[in-house]
Design a protein around this ligand. Structure first.
Ligand SMILES: Cc1cc2nc3c(=O)[nH]c(=O)nc-3n(C[C@H](O)[C@H](O)[C@H](O)COP(=O)(O)OP(=O)(O)OC[C@H]3O[C@@H](n4cnc5c(N)ncnc54)[C@H](O)[C@@H]3O)c2cc1C
Length: 405
């Protein structure tokens, strides 16, 4: 009797959420999968809050991760506060809010450790008719039938295949952070827990919601409050200063949180006291390690390159107003696995279909997120923006809600 053919082999570049969704779904579909992550140390312990949407739960369930409990904090509704702390409006919207760390922990536990390789920065890819080879900065290389580029917004895989595709800075940043629930005053705690809250300032806005706290606990008293505060930062006049660290070293668009200069954080806290509702100013004050991320748009023109597929943030990055980064990565991974299955693992026919399907979705998400952030972008550029998106009613109705694309 002839020996059974070996399973097809997939190389996944990037071991964050997008890479782990793809890797686990392909493994469960019978692929021989290896994940290569550039970071030499485990990614766990980083990140903050994540909005959930149905694709995220669908991917977790397909992988076999129970979602009935323990994924996040359930909230019943939204509230907007004025500068004086008064309630400007409420809206009933049920949502489950989780954290990057919780999802990463669950996905990592569901994937065989011996197939997950830290310290492997992919720097070159070779393609031939028989397969694809990834070369890593540590001198190692790996061959496969399929390579999934899940290596994020600065994707090295995409840089080699589509160097013309680059992130575009939107002109504003998001300050982020997590304040322990039990560090808040009783009044602020009563106002914020467990709600999705907003505070509008002229030309800026802030939102926040409860998430699991230390040890991923979602028990009352052990949760955290996650905030995201959008502020203009001019690309030449302000961003370089923000990205200059405590040692005077200049970082490119992002800076490891512990290296942010104390005077930058002091100024940000002072602005919070001046501009935000007292509830949010207190959250900012009591967040031990605030950090910021620059806001970008990224749109790929194609996602299939022979035996290579781009996925997650390597493919498209939508501004966080839609809260879709992780769910989109999950949806990409679900689509890739389903189309490969339908084609009998014929990579050549599945990838163009994957690209067509997810390009449509990615473009629609990026366009909607850009529209939601247009007034922030216009304000950041010094102009005056239409303000119909900048009302308590509009932000509660539109920001980070589940909708069809
Ligand atoms: C540590 C971390 C924390 C995050 N926290 C949050 C959060 O709190 N809230 C939120 O909304 N989003 C967060 N994100 C982003 C979020 O994960 C993504 O928007 C979304 O899940 C899509 O993920 P992705 O896997 O496609 O890209 P990413 O999450 O950006 O992951 C890309 C991965 O590829 C690795 N990589 C990059 N280049 C190479 C290379 N050349 N070779 C090998 N590996 C490479 C990176 O180290 C990274 O682990 C975080 C990402 C990371 C990495």
């Amino acid at each position: 009797m002839a020996a059974a053919a070996p399973p097809p082999r997939a190389l996944v570049i990037g071991g964050s959420l997008g890479g782990l969704f793809a890797a686990s779904l392909l493994l469960r579909a019978g692929w021989d999968v290896e994940v290569f992550e550039q970071s030499a140390t485990p990614l766990a312990g980083r990140g903050a809050g994540i909005i959930t949407h149905p694709d995220l739960f669908a991917a977790l369930e397909r992988i076999g991760i129970a979602t009935a409990e323990g994924i996040g904090v359930d909230i019943e509704g939204r509230v907007a506060f004025g500068r004086d702390g008064a309630v400007l409006g409420t809206l009933p919207v049920r949502q489950c809010l989780t954290t990057w760390g919780r999802l990463h922990e669950l996905l990592l536990a569901a994937f065989p450790a011996e197939r997950y390789h830290l310290g492997h920065a992919c720097h070159r890819i070779e393609r031939d008719t028989g397969g694809v080879t990834a070369h890593f900065a540590n001198g190692a290389s790996a061959c496969g039938d399929l390579l999934v580029g899940a290596d994020g917004i600065r994707s090295a895989v995409r840089a080699q295949l589509a160097p013309e595709t680059a992130p575009r800075y939107a002109g504003y940043i998001a300050w982020r952070g997590l304040a322990d629930e039990n560090a808040l005053t009783p009044q602020t705690h009563r106002d914020l827990f467990p709600k999705f809250a907003f505070s509008l300032a002229p030309r800026e806005h802030m939102l926040g919601y409860p998430v699991a706290g230390f040890g991923h606990s979602t028990r009352a008293g052990e949760r955290a409050f996650n905030f995201v505060w959008y502020r203009p930062a001019h690309a030449q006049r302000e961003l370089p200063g923000l990205c200059t660290d405590i040692h005077g070293r200049r970082h490119d668009m992002a800076i490891p949180p512990p290296l942010i200069r104390p005077e930058v954080i002091t100024a940000m806290r002072a602005a919070a006291r001046e501009q935000l509702s007292p509830q949010f100013a207190e959250v900012v004050e009591r967040t031990k390690q605030p950090f910021f991320q620059a806001i970008f748009d990224l749109e790929s023109a194609r996602l299939d390159f022979g035996r290579i597929a781009l996925l997650g943030d390597a493919a498209f990055v939508a501004r966080p107003h839609v809260g879709m980064g992780v769910s989109k990565a999950a949806g990409d991974a679900l689509a890739l696995a389903a189309l490969l299955r339908e084609s009998g693992n014929d990579v050549a026919s599945a990838l163009p279909r994957y690209s067509a399907q997810r390009l449509r979705f990615g473009r629609a998400v990026v366009a909607h997120a850009r529209e939601l952030g247009a007034y922030l972008e216009a304000c950041a550029a010094g102009g005056t923006a239409a303000t119909e998106r900048h009302t308590p009613e509009a932000v509660m109705r539109d920001i980070a809600v589940t909708r069809a694309f």
